[in-house]
Design a protein around this ligand. Structure first.
Ligand code: 0X9
Ligand code: ZN
Length: 289
């Protein structure tokens, strides 16, 4: 089997995105939003059939945790379907704009902390809402959940925060793509003891999304608040909901049964199933906003 390096994969993502921007400039805008710690370009793909309009925006990011590589694969598949499926124009893209950020980090970012020279911060513990209160490590050498020296210490989380802030008014749905476990969770993530006032709306939409994935032949999602799954503070979902004021905010954990090594041959089976979930998401955003 050919071994493809991570940078090759990123190059593939970048090439595809840039090509799309040139091939379909009326529909696709590629915005360079910044650079990762290692100097890799972070590109936001904006898909809209009415780019100068004021449609509600769905913002999806993938790859906060890079080893969860099914997430960027899903983001690329979304971009592919939205721009190539003639039905999408009338359905998912009719009245809704999609902003997709298929970035590719590691579990932790690559920044170096002095004095111990350990690498990286967990991007999903670094957001500035209830930062550090649960499910984090204060040890820069922790391999997974180091929250950083302060909220938004990482350039990558700053970039995502900027995208959210710049689109605050129109941003109605945020989905952070991860793997694994087939969970679809909503705020709050920092605690198991408190739910948002309108948690039922968040819960019901998640159930509807799960049902459409099941109708497409997929497995149901486990639906609950992120904190009921396990409390962990500083996540992008809580920040989007609690600070930016995005009415629908989720973390979606794709696939189950293979941990981080989902067989790539099965992508063609599961990605279309998940896509049907996104059709349901966009239908709700259209209905409500
Ligand atoms: O722990 C995480 O960051 C996410 N799970 S993962 O296995 N992909 O690492 C869950 C995050 C859920 N949201 C919050 N806890 N805020
Ligand atoms: Zn993750």
């Amino acid at each position: 089997k050919r071994i493809v390096s991570i940078s090759t994969q990123l190059t593939k993502i970048t090439n595809y995105i840039n090509e799309l921007g040139t091939r379909a400039p009326d529909m696709v805008t590629v915005q360079n939003v910044g650079q990762s710690y290692n100097g890799r370009k972070m590109q936001l793909v904006k898909i809209s059939t009415n780019p100068r309009g004021r449609n509600p925006v769905i913002f999806i990011d993938a790859g906060i945790h890079a080893r969860e590589w099914v997430a960027p694969a899903m983001a690329m598949y979304l971009i592919h379907r939205l721009t190539n499926d003639p039905k999408a124009r009338q359905r998912e893209l009719n009245g809704v704009d999609w902003y997709i950020l298929p970035n590719r980090l590691w579990r932790k970012t690559r920044s170096k902390s002095s004095p111990n020279n350990c690498f990286g911060v967990d991007g999903n513990r670094n957001y500035g809402f209830k930062w550090g209160v649960s499910g984090v490590s204060n040890n820069p050498c922790d391999p997974e959940t180091y929250a950083g020296s302060q909220p938004f210490s990482e350039v990558e989380t700053q970039i995502v925060r900027n995208i959210m802030m710049e689109n605050q008014q129109r941003l109605k749905l945020y989905v952070s793509l991860h793997s694994y476990g087939q969970y679809l969770v909503y705020p709050w993530g920092y605690t198991a003891d408190v739910l948002p006032r309108d948690w039922k709306k968040l819960h019901n939409l998640a159930r509807m999304v799960s049902d459409s994935v099941v109708r497409a032949g997929g497995r149901p999602f486990n639906v609950m608040s992120a904190g009921q799954w396990y409390p962990a503070a500083g996540g992008s979902d809580d920040f989007a909901f609690g600070v930016v004021g995005v009415p629908y905010s989720y973390t979606m954990e794709l696939t189950d049964g293979y941990e981080f090594t989902f067989p790539d041959k099965l992508l063609r089976v599961v990605l279309p199933q998940f896509y049907d979930g996104f059709i349901t998401f966009s239908a709700q955003i259209k209905r409500e906003f």
